[in-house]
Write a protein that binds this ligand. Structure first.
Ligand code: FAD
Ligand code: NAI
Length: 476
């Protein structure tokens, strides 16, 4: 019997893959999406890392742990007395699982709504065929399908430290970090990047003594220095202990916990004894089981699928998007690439503007930015103007009782075009969107300064920071 034929086959059902599949279906293509992720019962759980062990469950736990922290430490400031405050961690984790399930189910519904054929199993290249490419799907059963265009969206996996493989009991990746069954008394993290800070915050708020060991001598090196410094002050206050410039040595895991030998920035030998250790030192592109070699699909030196600016691979009609290719490992970047590729397959001109991809770290305070940092502008020798506005001078922030941080604008010295916006403080994740829109439209700082912002709102701090570029803040 002839294989089932599709216009587009997407391998991987994470935010890159499932969005690519939906956009391709909207454009009139006959689309299949293959994803192998299994839920606890062995059934399909599309949504990839982001939905299952990334963006969504981490934000669910960040929210729950933030409520706990607020009730324990901040409600009293508002005149609210809390007695007998307690933690039901099982319920908190079950709620997180429920949020994940709602998202899995939502994606399955979207596949149906858009008439996308979903295959639950592993997709791998077999060979180039007359119709395009033959792909094997290995799930409960095994079958072969054929597609004219293939979009590879197989994501990434956590990077392990040499000699310390993840067992998800003691040495945890992001997966285990999201389902620790009891709050550890002592928790260690290797790497103070995005996962280190978010997961460290969750377990710190729930009562763990948290130590983060970071190799680099600077805290959040990719973040604007002024913003990173402000964030570090807040984390210090929360007693999130972050050791910079360390060298991690031998890691020993036993029934009692984990022992980490490390050297501090002064070169002194130290040992960290913890109940659990989360290793969050970055992620590696995932091409395991894809059988890329069968069709000669080229990888780059990092093991990512080699693509050009349009996500075209070394093979005709084979595209790759998201974490498995170059660029930031972010869900929204993967989604935008998915849309752009589907549109290119349809002969349109889909495009992703990497200069306006926002970053958000969902800690308290939140950290968000778009565009260039002050240190990058200095290094590039670009003439710029900077303006900052502290949340301390914002009425809404004072009413919220959350005045940590600031908004910072960087604009071209001659043209006033916005080059970067950096926020540390309440709702930074939401506030950054205005800056993204402004930069996408090549706005000047003056444009934002002249726009009416609702009062009282945190967004007034954005307007004021834009005014600050020309030293004319009104409220500071
Ligand atoms: P993935 O989401 O990894 O999806 C790939 C899918 O393909 C998986 O389901 C996998 O099982 C499947 N697959 C792989 N190979 C095959 C195969 N051969 N056949 C069939 N299926 C296959 N990003 C943000 O933007 N915001 C956040 O707040 C955020 N939080 C995060 C928190 C954590 C703890 C982690 C780990 C990551 C977070 N990220 C966040 C990053 C985000 O999860 C990734 O950038 C995003 O998931 C990448 O999407 P993707 O579609 O490329 O790959
Ligand atoms: P990361 O790249 O953000 O941070 C890794 C950190 O580990 C770096 O600071 C690095 O210097 C340090 N490191 C590397 N090797 C080390 C070693 N041997 N010893 C000590 N420190 C070491 O990676 P992370 O936190 O694992 O997250 C992976 C990716 O997932 C992020 O880069 C991001 O793309 C994505 N993510 C996004 C989130 C968001 O958007 N809010 C949340 C979580 C993850």
């Amino acid at each position: 019997m002839a294989n089932k034929q599709f216009d587009v086959i997407v391998i991987g059902g994470g935010p890159g893959g499932y969005i690519a599949a939906i956009r391709a279906a909207q454009l009139g293509f006959n689309v299949a999406c293959i994803d192998e992720w299994k839920n606890g019962k062995g059934g399909p759980a599309p949504g990839g890392t982001c939905t299952n062990v990334g963006c969504i469950p981490s934000k669910a736990l960040l929210q729950s742990s933030e409520h706990f922290d607020q009730a324990g430490h901040h409600f009293a400031d508002h005149g609210i007395k809390v007695e007998g405050l307690g933690l039901d961690l099982d319920k908190m984790l079950a709620r997180k699982d429920q949020v994940v399930k709602q998202n899995n189910d939502g994606i399955l519904y979207l596949f149906k709504k858009n008439k996308i054929t979903f295959f639950h199993g592993r997709g791998s290249f077999v060979k180039a065929s007359e119709a395009g490419y033959e792909i094997k799907v290995a799930g409960a059963a095994e079958e072969s399908i054929e597609g004219k265009h293939i979009i590879v969206a197989t994501g990434s996996n956590a990077r392990a430290l040499p000699g310390a493989p993840f067992d998800e009991e003691n040495i945890l990746s992001n997966d285990g970090a999201l389902r620790i069954g009891a709050v550890p008394k002592k928790l260690g993290l290797i790497g103070s990047g995005v996962i280190g800070l978010e997961m460290g915050s969750v377990w710190r708020r729930l009562g763990a003594e948290v130590t983060v060991l970071e190799a680099l001598p600077t805290f959040l090196g990719a973040v604007d220095e002024q913003i990173a410094k402000e964030a570090k002050k807040a984390f210090d206050k929360q007693k999130l202990k972050i050791e910079l410039g360390v060298k991690v040595g031998e890691i020993k895991s036993s029934k009692k916990g984990v022992s980490v030998a490390w050297t501090n920035a002064k070169g002194e030998a130290q040992t960290l004894e913890v109940d659990k250790l989360i290793v969050s030192i970055g992620r590696v592109p995932n091409t395991i089981g894809l059988n890329a070699e069968a069709v000669g699909l080229k990888l780059d030196e990092r093991g990512a699928i080699a693509v050009d600016d349009d996500c075209k691979t070394s093979l005709p009609n084979v595209w790759a998007i998201g974490d498995v290719v170059r660029g930031p490992m972010l869900a929204h970047k993967a989604e935008e690439e998915g849309v752009a590729v589907a549109e290119r397959i349809a002969g349109q001109h889909g495009h992703v503007n990497f200069n306006t991809v926002p970053w958000v770290i969902y800690t308290n305070p939140e950290i968000a930015w778009v565009g260039q940092t002050e240190q990058q502008l200095k290094a590039a020798g670009r003439a710029y103007k900077a303006g900052t506005f502290p949340f301390l001078a914002n009425g809404r922030a004072r009413a919220l009782g959350d005045t940590t941080g600031m908004v910072k604008f960087l604009a071209d010295a001659a043209t006033d075009e916005i080059l970067g916006v950096h926020i540390v403080g309440p709702q930074a994740s939401e506030l950054i969107s205005e800056a993204v829109v402004a930069m996408e439209f090549k706005a000047s700082a003056e444009d934002i300064a002249r726009i009416c912002h609702a009062h009282p709102s945190l967004s007034e701090a954005t307007k004021e920071a834009a005014l600050a570029v020309d030293k004319r803040t009104l409220n500071f």
